[in-house]
Ligand binder design. Structure first.
Ligand code: ZN
Length: 420
């Protein structure tokens, strides 16, 4: 009943899309009421698929199917259910629901697989609420950082307070770590780019995930009456505006991807020269070295802009992630699964793609080999209400994920999962 699974997945995406903090779009952030609501619904689906379900100490949802003996190391499959503001309905969600669909098919084989299989719905991948991404998967990877507790959302609520309001105990976050308990992680995700669409193929094997950095850059000038002559002004917003253009040009010339998505200006009065302007910078490149070279070049340009305008620049790093390579054996298993599902267009060559976007797999890679499959999305559009996938593509995505589990099961039937 493959098509039935795909239709059910799409229907579930629609149902989750209705769980939103915004009346005009989809918005579901970490440790919010919508997070609790979405996870409660996903927990029901996990239980229906035969899993033992629990919420971990960081608010991630986990469902487990035991293997041929209780307590075996687990193959972890999943993605995230949190969203950016005005999100689409498939980014992250598709991967969690595809994993649940596969578990429904595997349920009849409970107790026979050479490993346990777990589905995870991470509570925070996007980092929208606290400005730091991958909080959910970092907890699972045992990489939680003490300094995160003081991070605040736009209403001034600290991460610690948000934990407590959600019913979690900050002191126990370490219990979410799965170090030594999972032997591999698989994630299915929409591509968030147009390459599969250009190739006319539904699925691709991800080879790795870009190196990324996020920071906030504050330009400090002088807030003065608008009667101040030009040659006496130190206008922070004009410096920031020049910086935004310089950031794009510099990153572009070096093959990096830079995005300024937010700017805040103070004091924010129509007749006052801006005294401070703070912008966000998201910078990505294929390797750590390329990313850092682009950052150095950008900072050189911003320093020059500040010097010209009599401004000072303050930088606060909020996120830094090394490039992550997907495991060669998992890439091979996914490639075999995609090829045998006929989703390679019959050409026998499954596309291999590099991911510019970050994913939970980056954090999980700290404790286990990771593998990812991309699913074609219309126009490569994501983080937008226009995100779209087709029923046929979802069908082959579920099939390929199921076959990947089968390929891993046959590979491991004669060896120990810990050898991975
Ligand atoms: Zn995502």
């Amino acid at each position: 009943m493959t098509a039935g699974d795909a239709q059910e997945l799409l229907d579930r995406c629609d149902e989750l899309a209705a769980i939103s903090a915004s009346a005009t779009g989809i918005e579901r952030v970490y440790l919010s009421a919508q997070h609790a609501q979405a996870h409660a619904r996903a927990a029901e689906w996990m239980a229906e698929a035969g899993m033992a379900v629990r919420q971990d100490a960081a608010g991630n949802l986990v469902g487990r199917l035991e293997g041929s003996a209780p307590g075996l190391p687990a193959l972890l499959i999943g993605s995230h259910l949190d969203t950016v503001p005005d999100a689409g309905r498939y980014d992250g969600i598709l991967g969690v629901l595809a994993a649940i669909a596969v578990m429904g098919r595997l349920a009849s084989r409970s107790g026979t697989l050479p490993f346990a299989v777990e589905v995870v719905a991470f509570g925070d991948e996007e980092g929208t609420r606290f400005g730091t991404t991958l909080l959910g998967s970092a907890a699972v990877a045992g990489a939680w950082r003490e300094e995160w507790w003081g991070l605040t959302d736009r209403d001034g609520v600290t991460l610690r307070e948000a934990f407590e309001r959600f019913g979690l105990d900050p002191a126990r976050v370490g219990e979410a770590s799965r170090e030594g308990e999972i032997f591999a992680y698989l994630e299915t995700h929409i591509e968030q780019g147009p390459r599969l669409e250009d190739l006319g193929l539904p699925l691709g094997v991800v080879t790795g995930i870009a190196a990324a950095r996020r920071m906030s850059l504050t330009f400090h000038g002088e807030a003065r009456h608008c009667a101040t002559p030009y040659d006496r002004r130190h206008d922070a917003l004009l410096g920031a505006a020049e910086a935004v253009v310089a950031i794009e040009r510099t990153a572009r010339s070096l093959g990096a991807m830079a995005t300024v998505g937010r700017m805040e200006v103070a004091p924010g009065a129509v007749n006052v020269i801006p005294g401070t302007a703070t912008l966000s910078l998201d910078l990505r490149a294929e390797t750590d070295a390329e990313r850092d070279a682009a950052l150095d070049a950008i900072l050189d340009r911003l320093t020059a802009i500040c010097a010209e305008r009599g401004l000072t620049l303050e930088r606060q790093d909020t996120h830094c992630a090394a490039a992550v390579l997907c495991d060669a054996r998992l890439q091979a298993a996914i490639g075999e699964a995609v090829g045998s599902s006929g989703a390679d267009g019959g050409a026998g060559a499954v596309p291999r793609l590099f991911s510019v976007a970050g994913h939970d797999a980056m954090a999980v890679a700290g404790i286990a080999p990771v593998g990812m499959t991309f699913v074609r999305c219309e126009g490569g559009i994501s983080h937008h209400a226009d995100e779209a996938v087709t029923l046929a593509d979802v069908e082959v995505a579920i099939d390929a994920l199921e076959r990947t589990v089968e390929v891993l099961a046959s590979a491991q039937a004669s060896s120990s999962p810990s050898s991975w």
